[in-house]
Design a protein around this ligand. Sequence first.
Ligand SMILES: [Zn+2]
Length: 365
Amino acid sequence: MLTPTSGSPNGSTTPGLVCGHHHLYSALARGMPAPPRQPVDLTSILHQIWWRLDAALDLEMLHWSAMLGALEALQSGTTAIIDHHEGPNAIEGSLHVIADACAEVGVRVKCAYGVTDRWQDSGELWPHDGTPPPAMTDAARRGLDECARFIRAGGNGMVGIHAAFTCSDETLEAAAGLARDLGVGVHVHVAEGAIDTPAAARLEALAAENWLLVHCVHLDRELPGAIAHNPRSNMNNAVGYARPATRPNVTVLGTDGIGADMLEEFRLAYVAHRADDVTASPDTAWSWLTNGWTMMPEAAADTVTWNYDHVDSPWHIAFTPGIRALDVTSGSGEVLLRDGQPTRVDAVEVRAKAAEQAQRLFARL
Ligand SMILES: [Zn+2]
């Protein structure tokens, strides 16, 4: 339960919030040119939008995308992000770019590079016709190397997998083995759409309690690990309702790259739960929000002051859109946000630089 910090008689302060699944690389995507063809399902949304966008990224674009995403997180009272990155033409060094950008703004981040065999060594896109790619690609090997390099250098990270349906068994086994060797979990999209329903069977022998399983809309059996529930993204991609309340796993809330406003995501999680079960209480979605501290406990030491007096009450927050973070103070006592503005970076400059990089990105698309 979020509880008011001592010295806050009205309940207007909370610890820093946690975004349990983000893609900081996608912060520049809004306003991008329309895809060549109208996507009609999750697979074509991935093909037409996200796999074109991530292939066009270079490290300079990634830097300003992560700066913008971190800024927007801080201004939303979110002080910790669990990020999942992909960018097949700028793999090496990418996790340090993301971590450095977050550190500059003052937001905590746990990074992962999501490996995939969707681009074959020939340069062809795997057709995703129901059979997984046959073998580990060079790009997947380089993605695993990036995770290993970042974590062995002391970075806070996980091993990332895009999703089972774009990976060979060889890649899934290598990623799970690397995570075991490094003593970290795996951050992986699981059964987001119907196309990835076979994921659970393929991951069953590999998954562990420290894994972060994202979406799980079409999960056909229990897997160990925490589930990251992304209600806005799931609605936006029309993949169905994940029913996290019916799972035994710890559930955390993520945005899947659509900002990091976790009170907004909580409201969406509540109303999506309610749409499925009219007896649902906001206490359930609230527990998903506060479970973020099991993944990023450092954020619990940060303090956010809000422009609203009842942030200790799920029933208030569920029905109060537009609550804003005024001040954020880190666990070490540093003021990171004052009157809604970041103290370490110039918000106007970050937005201007990000807009420049977005134009470069859109030109490539
Ligand atoms: Zn995602």
